[in-house]
Design a protein around this ligand. Sequence first.
Ligand code: G4P
Length: 525
Amino acid sequence: MAITDEISRRRTFAIISHPDAGKTTLTEKLLLFGGAIHVAGAVKSNKIKKTATSDWMEIEKQRGISVATSVMGFNYGNYKINILDTPGHQDFAEDTFRTLTAVDSVIIVVDVAKGVETQTRRLMEVCRMRNTPVIIFVNKLDREGRDPFDILDELEQELKIGVRPLSWPINIGAKFKGVYNIYEHGLDLFTPSKQTVSERVEIDDVNSPQVDELVGETDAAKLREDLELIEGVYPEFDEQAYLRGETAPVFFGSALNTFGVKELLDCFVKIAPAPQPVQAMEREVRPEEEGFSGFVFKIHANMDPNHRSCIAFVKVCSGKFERNAPYKHIRLDKTLRFAAPTAFMAQKKSVVDEAYPGDIVGIPDTGNFKIGDTLTSGEQLHFKGLPSFSPEMFKYIENADPMKQKQLDKGINQLMDEGVAQLFINQFNNRKIIGTVGQLQFEVIQYRLLHEYGAQCRWEPVSLYKACWIESDDDEALAAFKRRKQQFMALDKEGRDVFLADSNYVLQMAQSDFPAIRFHFSSEF
Ligand code: G4P
């Protein structure tokens, strides 16, 4: 097959949601359709329990299995689908942000009873920054929930994106009868079932008496009324607007009952984008170019402390990736060959000889890679778009075992390269500050330092509000700012200037007192 055919049949995407909306269930049902798994329940084990108190060992155990489920590739008809898994726990949101840099589109799952929740909102912000095309699946229609028109309004307002329903529910909860598929003109009738696929009745015209026979006169009348309203209020589905990330098609269904899932998948493969050009610092890189290029968006550490190897996940951006071919590691300025790259098909890892744009290859690594590293066939390229965001929580990290300072430093460095959290070094007192999105990451770090590096750390409180990356065209103004705020100036691990504001008020004052300084809340600007 020509490389252009390989590219055009690939769909690389992530499913995102607030915990409990049904991401795992939907993923699993998609895998069932792709024949990648044969029983429901196979993906579940990957889930980190979302209990309030974190069960540490549970997470460790699951980290082991989650390498296999980090990327799930399968064939569906002519299409090669790559689903990139994102961690359910919100304390690992940073991981999810990075995964979103490696996908060409996303499916957002929303619970019909809960509507848009915090995590959905935050993830959508990242999609908006990158104009990622979005399809929304409103889930759990078999349960009592909100009025679908209310949900659409909320999606539009909260996610700041145009919406266009492509299917429409007939009642919800106990009276749920099915959905009318606006995209394909058919009625999907609902029979609760966790394993089988619903029956489709093709309907040419929603006014046909057949609809009354199938769902009853009252519900048929309501459906016609709703559809009329939809046609009146929402503009026709515009595929280009979807591809530009301006409009999100909306589907309704019940993942648990495998209802509306096949319809979602069928529409998804048709409209979702094939691998797109990726912006490097030097130029835009197109997938069909001959030269191979790719970047590392995730590093997965091995659980086994005796083999401290990692897997670096490389997204292929252009050309063909080949096993044992010489590739240039741009940051290290070194040529490397990979003897055992793995592909992720049907939840299994196996050594691959080649991979195409849109694919993810796992490269066993012993410390060569950092998140964001670029590999190419030789060209000097640096892929952009892996920003760090300001952490939400900060703590000083101190050595609790003076004999193990070296191990501690090494451990901290490697964990930061893996992207577990962010390190800032305060320039005033030289103390190390770790910034995270949630409490759980501190526990992860402490545990891993001990078990993988034999180092012990202690956390000490530091009261900080946000980390801002600062820059200015005016060197004097920058120097003056740094002098004034010297107690709060730090360097990130790339050596960039970061201002650690201890309150929103201080930050606002700094912004108004120093107009020549630009404050950024993510490391890429
Ligand atoms: P997540 O990955 O987004 O966190 O959600 P997950 O799929 O784990 O689903 C969260 C809960 O919602 C699960 O129940 C799941 O069975 C349920 N669920 C998912 N889709 C539907 C649906 O369409 N209808 C209904 N009624 N429930 C749905 P749980 O009790 O937390 O887990 P389990 O004990 O069922 O495994």
